[in-house]
Design a protein around this ligand. Structure first.
Ligand SMILES: [Zn+2]
Length: 256
C-alpha cells in the first residue's frame, strides 16, 4: 500500500509548500483510484481538508485517514466536532496527531503522555470510534517516543518519509511503523504518476533529500532546522493556527 500524506488542500495554489490545490488534488485522487493500492492521509486537521479534499475523495470512492491535532479542534481554521463526525460517518478514519503538536522528542514524560493519551481519549469519547493510530508531529521520533506509543496501546505509527522506521520495525512488537510519501505543492502530475508506478520502496529522490535533511538536523539541532524548514516551506503563507508556532517553540525560546 502506498501511503500519501497531505497538509492543506487549498481552493487555489498558494506559496505554502505543504499545500496542494483542490484541482491538482482531485486529479491525484482520480489517478490513484485508477491505479489502486493507495491510501490518502492528512495531518493537522485543517478545515481545508474537509472543504476541498473530502469532495474529491467522495467523488472517487476513496477513503482517507485524518490525523487530527486534537487540542486544536474547533479553533480557527481547524475542523470542529461536526466535521470530524461527518468524516467518520462517511467511513473515513480520524486518528491522532498529538494534542498540541509538540515535538515529541523534546517532551517531558508528563508532556509526552499528554500528547499521546489526551487525543486518543478525547477523540474516542467525542466520536465514538477506536483510535489506535498516530502520525508523529513534525515527523520527529526516537526510541523513547515509540516505546511509549507501544505501552499506551497505539498499534500504528505513521512517519513523514517513505522508509520511516524500517530498521526499527522488529524492535517494537505489535507496533506497525508506516512510512509515507509527502505530497506538496510542487509535486507534478508526472512525479505523482511515477510514485504510483514505483511504489513506496523506490522513492529514491525523497530518500536522498531525507538523508540530507537528517544530516542537517543532526548538525544544526531540531530548533534551527525547524526555522530553516519554515523559511523553505513558506510557513508564513500557511493558514495554520498560532499555536503551531508556540507549540513548537521551546520554553523561553524566541518566536519564529
Ligand atoms: Zn503536523
Amino acid at each position: 500500500m502506498l501511503m500519501l500524506s497531505y497538509h492543506e488542500i487549498t481552493a487555489t495554489q498558494t506559496p505554502y509548500r505543504y499545500s496542494v490545490s483542490e484541482d491538482r488534488f482531485a486529479g491525484q485522487v482520480r489517478l490513484a483510484a485508477q491505479h489502486g493500492g493507495v491510501r490518502f492521509t492528512f495531518d493537522d486537521g485543517h478545515i481545508s481538508q474537509f472543504q476541498y479534499g473530502l469532495p474529491a475523495l467522495e467523488a472517487y470512492g476513496a477513503k482517507g485517514t485524518f490525523f487530527v491535532t486534537a487540542g486544536w479542534t474547533g479553533t480557527p481554521r481547524m475542523m470542529d466536532w461536526p466535521e470530524l463526525r461527518e468524516l467518520t460517518k462517511l467511513g473515513h478514519e480520524v486518528q491522532a496527531h498529538g494534542w498540541q503538536h509538540r515535538f515529541m522528542t523534546e517532551c517531558s514524560p508528563a508532556e509526552l503522555d499528554q500528547e499521546l493519551r489526551q487525543p486518543r481519549e478525547t477523540l474516542e469519547d467525542r466520536l465514538g470510534v477506536p483510535v489506535d493510530a498516530l502520525s508523529l508531529p513534525h515527523g520527529r521520533w526516537n526510541p523513547r517516543v515509540l516505546s511509549r506509543c507501544q505501552e499506551l496501546g497505539y498499534k500504528r505509527v505513521f512517519g513523514s518519509y517513505p522508509w520511516f522506521g524500517r530498521r526499527e520495525r522488529s524492535r517494537y512488537p505489535g507496533l506497525e511503523l508506516i512510512g509515507r510519501c509527502n505530497i506538496v505543492r510542487d509535486t507534478s502530475d508526472e512525479a505523482f504518476a511515477r510514485m504510483l508506478q514505483q511504489g513506496i520502496d523506490r522513492q529514491w529522490l525523497p530518500r536522498i533529500r531525507g538523508t540530507i535533511s537528517a544530516a542537517l538536523r543532526n548538525s544544526l539541532g531540531d530548533r534551527t532546522y525547524h526555522r530553516l524548514w519554515c523559511l523553505f516551506a513558506r510557513r508564513d503563507a500557511a493558514d495554520l493556527p498560532r499555536e503551531y508556532e508556540t507549540a513548537t517553540e521551546p520554553k523561553g525560546g524566541t518566536r519564529l
